[in-house]
Unconditional design. Structure first.
Length: 261
């Protein structure tokens, strides 16, 4: 695999946060996080294979991409780093924690179930069917609605989808929806905070609850009434959650912490 395009901001000697975007997005998704966190951290966000300015690189597998990210961490991190991932990015964090736990200090996983959600087969079939038409405006509008992307975030979403590789999108989405963490024998040691939209799959919520109870120092929350892509329309709450988890700041009022207990 060739070199990923990387966005960077902040002081080079500060603690690194590696930001990992979701399917169909790119590193620019984190621009507001960079603007508000670069005074405290060295912020790094790659365009994943098949996305953004890395769209000439084909997506191969979750493990291959995780290995590329591990190399990036070793190059930039100067020790264990914090990792924040949305959707596909969260699935990659699960793989990093399994393959290279020594590289992760703390992690925040948003909208990524640890096990296949109910209906994942249908999701995979849908992705396979629409991927040849992925750049069509009508398809992009339908996907935006299904992901609860609001009007204010739609244009960025549309532009991102126009550049993504169709084959890479299909592969990445299929693999992420099949991925599984062993909930019963979880060996993750790095603290992880799990978050999701309140309207997302009950399977996802339950996997977050189980893992947060097994991984020392971890936690979970959801955003009532919101769907999978809530961060697109409310980046402020997401940034506050990052500050809470990494800087011991105030917990965001919009979220409900430990909602199933």
């Amino acid at each position: 695999m060739g070199s990923l395009f990387i966005n960077e901001s902040g002081t080079a000697n500060s603690k690194v946060i590696l930001f990992l975007h979701g399917s169909g997005a790119e590193s620019e998704r984190w621009k507001e996080h960079f603007a508000q966190l670069s005074d405290k951290f060295h912020c790094i966000a790659p365009d994943l294979p098949g996305h953004g300015k890395s769209n000439q690189l084909e997506w191969t597998s979750l493990d291959d991409v995780a290995e590329s990210l591990a190399n990036l961490i070793e190059e930039k991190g100067k020790g264990p780093v914090h990792v924040v991932g949305l959707s596909l990015g969260g699935s990659l964090i699960y793989r990093l924690l399994a393959l290279h736990p020594e590289l992760i200090d703390r992690a925040l996983i948003d909208g990524a179930s640890a096990v296949p959600i109910k209906g994942s087969f249908g999701v995979i079939m849908g992705v396979t069917m629409v991927s040849p038409m992925l750049h069509w405006d009508l398809v992009i509008k339908v996907m935006a609605k299904s992901l609860d992307v609001k009007d204010e975030g739609f244009e960025d979403f549309r532009q991102n989808m126009k550049t993504v590789s169709r084959r890479s999108f299909r592969r990445a989405m299929t693999q992420a929806n099949k991925a599984r963490v062993d909930l019963e024998n979880c060996q993750i040691k790095s603290p992880v905070f799990f978050v999701s939209g309140g309207n997302e799959s009950a399977t996802m919520h339950q996997s977050h609850k189980i893992l947060s109870g097994k991984i020392p120092g971890s936690g979970y929350a959801w955003y009532p009434g919101k769907g999978h892509a809530w961060m697109v329309s409310d980046s402020g709450t997401h940034i506050q959650l990052v500050r809470y988890w990494l800087l011991n700041s105030t917990f965001p009022e919009a979220l409900v912490i430990n909602p199933l207990q």
